[in-house]
Design a binder for this molecule. Structure first.
Ligand SMILES: [Zn+2]
Length: 626
């Protein structure tokens, strides 16, 4: 998944509600107390640690009228330790019946546990092979967003897509929903005729006349990588291995924007070894998608907000592609180890971007990431337990605890290692790491021990320079953090100073600036900038009408801070269409912080139904809280 933005307000409210004690207790943990962090996955109620759950046969129907997925899930298991029952995760599912090796059997659906859902317990025998659950999804399925035709780009057909990470697969499939449990799957999916269905599997490239699709995923994956999308979709290939799915009005534009995908996969392979998943395709979703991208195997799900028209935002695809090594191939064992998925992916993503562009380009990405990290840690507080790489999400919905730290502090830690051992040694180490742990799950501690054995190898001086303990089991940004070369941003700073000292906007030196230079420029503008100065910038650079979502969102934030009301109508259109939390959260938050709470509430109530349930969960706390 690409970066989210965690707001202090959101977290603050959360701490005040149910997690106060957990966090308070942990705030002052010293590294010596790290043994207390549970290594068991506390976000699944499944007993997969004592059973072998190997394969799923899914047979479901997608009904846009009742907004339900219904059908059956058949799990192939092996009960080597003679367990008396199998327990699976469910959330808001209706269980109609359960069959064990073909015979109808009783089952227990336990009461709802906050954020974990209801454990489904089914009695089994020592020789039980198949457990079939007949079920349907509920109206609170957190993974599912049902779009009306009006909410799509084409406006002709409804649309459904899933977002299963981190613990939401259980809201559309009864399953062992922990990142440490891998299984293969086959699926038969029935959808209304004329629509195309796609999954994280081998995918069709054409619409089926019957509305029935068959999928096969013969590489074992964890449940958070289960994915489904159904809509008026078409396919266009980029090259032999890569292609794009999108709604017809978006297809040509998206394919053009993503035309370097083949080269990107080749670049990634040249860095860290073979891409092991067969095809690499990207599905460009309608604008309500709550995140930037999701690394569903074989088929990355992506927001259309990366289609800027000039390829300037496609490094998000580099991120999702990189997950096919860090995350999909080598998977964090629990959500407490999330930095192993995301920190590695951000590091890898920037290496791909550097290889495809140049060092100066990657340096800008590193610096913008550093700014994000500083802002997140400022929000959380520098001693906050949530700023450790090794998290403690005990008793919490992982979605509330996963923030920029896993991404940016994690990547920075790897950059620090690279700077100390040299790029060649680092790359050999990472390539071997991916090969040694392929299709396995890994804890932070397993990684650290692999690092000791294969890279540090008793080099006490190196170990001292890295100060691993402070990075992994300590708060904030350690003082040996590396910083990127600021050459290109220093030029932006000079331009900005000259503007603030009175040079007119039209005389500023901005030739050849990329999106990243503009972002840095906009982020550094003072909150006190006058409306006339804002207007001058807008008249010259047309930020209000920018088709670039990153620049647009940053400009709307600045407009709110400076009361530049000319931008508000366009901001309203943006908020009506875009569902990406990375943009929604800071815009709504800025409204509230700048005394425009009524505007935030009215706008949110107007457009709430356009946002995915996960975005609604976040924004309800931010905007509607008293
Ligand atoms: Zn990611």
């Amino acid at each position: 998944m690409n970066k989210m933005r965690l707001l202090v307000l959101v977290l603050g409210l959360h701490l005040l509600s149910c997690q106060e004690s957990t966090n308070e207790k942990n705030t002052n943990n010293s590294p010596s107390e790290t043994k207390e962090i549970p290594s068991k996955d506390l976000h699944t109620q499944c007993n997969a640690d004592s059973l072998s759950i190997r394969h799923l046969d899914l047979d479901i129907k997608v009904d846009f009228i009742s907004k339900k997925i219904s059908g059956n899930a058949t799990w192939t298991i092996q009960n080597e330790t003679h367990q008396k029952f199998i327990r699976l995760d469910t959330y808001d599912l209706t269980i109609d019946s359960v069959l064990v090796d073909g015979a109808k059997t009783s089952f227990v659906l336990y009461p709802m546990v906050h954020h974990l859902g209801q454990a489904l317990e089914i009695p089994i025998q020592k020789n039980t092979q198949q457990v079939k659950i007949v079920y349907s999804s509920g109206s609170n399925a957190r993974a599912l967003q049902w779009l009306t035709a009006q909410q799509t780009l084409g406006k002709k057909q409804p649309f459904l897509y899933t977002q299963s990470e981190s613990i939401y697969a259980r809201s559309w499939i009864p399953c062992p929903d922990g990142p440490g449990i891998r299984f293969t799957y086959n699926a038969r999916v029935q959808v209304p005729k004329g629509l195309l269905a796609l999954m994280s599997a081998e995918n069709p490239q054409q619409v089926s006349d019957s509305g029935i699709y068959h999928f096969k995923m013969d590489i074992p994956i964890p449940a958070y990588l289960m994915a489904l999308a159904v809509g008026d979709l078409r396919f266009k290939s980029v090259d032999a291995r890569t292609g794009v799915y999108a709604e017809p009005p978006m297809l040509d534009k998206a394919t053009l924007e993503l035309s370097d995908m083949g080269r990107m996969v080749n670049t990634a392979e040249s860095l860290y070894g073979p891409y092991r998943w067969g095809r690499y395709d990207v599905l460009v979703l309608p604008p309500g998608f709550p995140i930037g991208g999701m690394e569903n195997p074989k088929l990355t799900f992506a927001t259309p907000t990366i289609i800027a028209g000039d390829k300037s935002l496609v490094n998000l695809i580099a991120h999702e592609l990189a997950h096919n090594w860090s995350g999909n191939l080598v998977t964090n064992a629990t959500w407490n180890d999330f930095w192993l998925n995301e920190g590695f992916t951000v590091y890898f993503e920037r290496r791909i971007s550097e290889a495809m562009n140049d060092k100066g380009y990657a340096d800008m990405l590193w610096e913008l990431g550093y700014q994000d990290l500083v802002a997140t840690i400022d929000d959380l507080g520098k001693d906050n337990r949530n700023t450790w790489l090794k998290l403690d999400l005990t008793g919490r919905d992982p979605d509330d605890g996963l923030n920029d730290v896993a991404y940016e502090k994690g990547a920075l830690f790897l950059k620090l290692i690279e700077n100390n051992v040299g790029r060649a040694r680092m790359d050999t180490f990472l390539k071997n790491y991916f090969a040694a742990h392929a299709f396995k799950t890994i804890t932070t501690e397993t990684f650290l021990s692999y690092l000791q054995q294969n890279l540090i190898k008793g080099d006490a001086a190196l170990e001292k320079k890295l100060n691993i303990q402070a990075w992994v089991y300590g708060p904030g940004i350690p003082n040996n953090a590396p910083r990127a070369d600021m050459e290109r941003f220093n030029k932006v700073n000079t331009t900005l100073q000259s503007f603030l000292k009175g040079t007119s906007a039209q005389d500023l030196t901005t030739q050849g600036w990329t999106t990243h230079e503009w972002l840095h420029f906009l982020r550094q503008l003072p909150d006190s900038l006058s409306v006339s100065k804002m207007k001058e910038l807008d008249d010259n650079f047309h930020f209000t009408t920018s088709g670039n979502s990153e620049i647009g969102a940053q400009w709307f934030i600045q407009s709110l801070k400076t009361n530049y009301q000319t931008a508000y109508p366009k901001m309203d259109v943006f908020l009506s269409a875009v569902g990406r939390r990375k943009f929604l959260e800071p815009i709504y938050e800025t409204m509230i912080k700048t005394g425009k709470k009524e505007m935030a509430t009215a706008t949110y109530n107007k457009y709430k139904q356009n946002y995915h349930p996960l975005a609604q969960m976040t924004l309800d706390k931010l905007v509607l809280a008293k």
